[in-house]
Design a protein around this ligand. Structure first.
Ligand SMILES: NC(=O)c1ccc[n+]([C@@H]2O[C@H](COP(=O)([O-])OP(=O)(O)OC[C@H]3O[C@@H](n4cnc5c(N)ncnc54)[C@H](O)[C@@H]3O)[C@@H](O)[C@H]2O)c1
Length: 266
């Protein structure tokens, strides 16, 4: 594996993945809409890394990101479809603009990247892997962050569809679904409305206490890639028992209970 493209590379998990990939000697194409932070990450790496300021909501910008990546390096081995945002609030109080922003970034952005890169990766007819980032929140619902839950559930669905489609066409391109648990990052920095400030403070405290560092997290992601895993769940203790409980709840037709992953035990 020699070339990786990473969206949302200016901060948190994406920056951790960039640093780890650089430590493995990979060449990097880093994308983010935060130009200054992106440049800082790219400049800090000891490998060939180009920073391509990109808003993943912008289809033309993402196509141009793909143009740049293929023109510069010819082939791509890993594509981390990672940029995302988290908004909190009461589901019926969150304004239309905030809902739309979550949908446009967390789903639209991921799909824009797939649409720009997958046809070219298929045409290259060589092994490569795209890693779509969902979350443990893509399997477990939570109150007060409906746009996040809804969009991360969507990525679980989209990625499974894509896996089936690639398999049906015998593509050499493979896909993985990355579901992080708590990782220290900037994802919770968005200002919370009054009703959810306490919830977000608890969530942030939990993340500070139990969250992995991006640099501790990234090698676990690469281990999953090395194994060829579809499901990359570096913190299974956050997901597995809660997912089992949720699945049994559905199978037993029990009403929803809130899977409160602010408790830190899933
Ligand atoms: N940190 C966690 O605990 C956690 C848990 C589960 C899933 N995730 C997921 O991991 C991914 C990375 O998040 P993170 O925690 O590192 O957060 P982060 O905020 O530190 O990093 C996200 C990056 O994405 C960028 N970004 C946001 N919108 C963008 C856009 N429209 N175009 C381009 N770049 C954009 C941001 O500028 C930022 O640099 C997200 O998809 C997030 O949902 C994070």
């Amino acid at each position: 594996m020699t070339v990786a493209v990473i969206t949302g590379a200016a901060s948190g998990i994406g920056a951790g993945l960039a640093r780890h990939a650089a430590s493995l000697g990979m060449k990097l194409v880093l994308a983010d809409w935060d130009q200054d932070a992106l440049k800082e990450v790219a400049d800090s790496l000891s490998t060939e890394a180009i920073a391509v300021p990109t808003d993943v909501r912008d289809e033309a910008a993402v196509q141009s990101l793909a143009d740049t990546a293929f023109e510069r390096f010819g082939e791509i081995d890993l594509l981390f479809n990672n940029a995302g945002v988290l908004s909190s609030g009461l589901s019926w109080e969150i304004d239309a603009e905030t809902w739309q922003r979550s949908v446009d970034i967390n789903i639209g952005g991921v799909v824009n990247v797939m649409r720009a890169f997958v046809p070219r990766l298929n045409a290259a007819d060589r092994p490569a892997r795209i890693i779509n980032t969902s979350s443990v929140g893509g399997f477990l619902t939570s109150p007060f962050m409906a746009p996040y839950s809804a969009t991360k559930f969507a990525i679980v669905a989209v990625t499974e569809a894509m896996a089936g489609e690639l398999a049906a066409m015998n593509s050499k391109l493979q896909v993985s679904l990355l579901a992080p648990g708590p990782v220290k990052s900037g994802i919770m920095d968005e200002k919370a409305p009054t009703e959810t400030q306490q919830f977000m403070t608890t969530l942030r405290d939990m993340n500070d206490e139990h969250g992995m560092t991006p640099d501790g997290f990234a090698p676990l992601v690469f281990e999953g890639i090395e194994r060829g895993d579809y499901w990359i769940v570096p913190q299974p203790e956050i997901l597995d028992s809660a997912l089992q409980e949720r699945t049994e709840m559905i199978l037993n037709r029990k009403p929803p209970v809130s899977f409160d992953f602010t408790s830190g035990d899933g």
